[in-house]
Write a new protein. Structure first.
Length: 144
């Protein structure tokens, strides 16, 4: 099991920064969809200007997030904070995909949740790239 954990931790070390980039791209796609048609006086709800944002968001919040959750469970980081955040982040991604279809005030949490997810993935990226103590198993103390 140690080999599986080592490999999945290495994979997540590269997946977490990719999610940071993907979330920043999602923010851009949302802004482009909203502001791209304002000069044409198009009603956003009646237009598909956000389709790219919706489609890419579904991909990163549904199938890929499920894979990340499985990898996080297999990696089972030794640090409690890293372990908890690596499991919570994909769950928040799934919730993120449900928020826009909720009522007006709940759907407003879609943006706040996105920035929370961005912060979590940013922290995980920083933690995994800054020091090895967060991801490596601590050797058990040997009895003398």
């Amino acid at each position: 099991m140690t080999g599986v954990r080592r490999v999945t931790r290495s994979i997540l070390r590269y997946v977490f920064p990719l999610y940071v980039i993907a979330i920043v791209l999602q923010v851009y796609l949302a802004g482009e969809g909203i502001f791209g048609n304002r000069d044409n006086e198009v009603v956003i709800a009646e237009h598909d200007s956000l389709e790219l944002h919706r489609g890419f968001g579904w991909i990163i919040a549904q199938p890929i997030a499920l894979i990340v959750l499985i990898l996080a469970l297999l990696a089972w980081f030794p640090g409690r904070r890293i372990r908890l955040l690596s499991i919570v982040a994909p769950i928040l991604l799934f919730v993120q995909s449900l928020l826009p279809s909720a009522g007006r005030y709940v759907a407003g949490l879609h943006v706040l949740n996105a920035f929370l997810i961005l912060g979590i993935f940013g922290y995980l990226t920083w933690s995994l790239w800054s020091g090895r103590e967060a991801v490596e198993e601590q050797p058990a103390a040997t009895a003398a």
